[in-house]
Design a protein around this ligand. Structure first.
Ligand code: MG
Length: 118
């Protein structure tokens, strides 16, 4: 299982990384914004999942998602939007843009396990 974490909060990435490591995931990549994530994506083969934050500087999550879905190369990579409670009503927008699922922050390791079918 190869996962890319995209979040501008290094604290959030650290928490997610710890949760994933505890769930047995060993191949974890990180990016602090959408543009950096496009770079990681281009240089990483076989990614299974992207955990994607909404609000980030440089390039936000929705813009990144649209860019990824415009490019057929990444059609097999599943994108899970990480939303806050207040962003829940925007989920439809993300699903329409090609997100596969969403998870509400802060999430438990159990919720993550279920979403990623670990
Ligand atoms: Mg953010």
């Amino acid at each position: 299982m190869r996962i890319l974490l995209v979040d501008d909060s290094s604290t959030m990435r650290r928490i997610q990384k710890t949760q994933l490591t505890n769930l047995g995931v060993t191949d974890i990549f990180e990016a602090g914004d959408g543009e950096a994530a496009l770079g990681v994506l281009a240089n990483t083969t076989g990614l299974d999942y992207i955990l994607l934050d909404w609000n980030m500087p440089v390039m936000d999550g929705l813009t990144f998602l649209k860019r990824v879905r415009e490019d057929g190369t990444y059609s097999k990579v599943k994108v899970v939007m990480c939303t806050s409670e207040s962003e829940k009503e925007r989920v439809f927008e993300a699903l329409k843009a090609g997100a596969n699922d969403y998870i509400v922050k802060p999430f438990t390791p159990e919720a993550l396990k279920e979403k990623l079918k670990l």
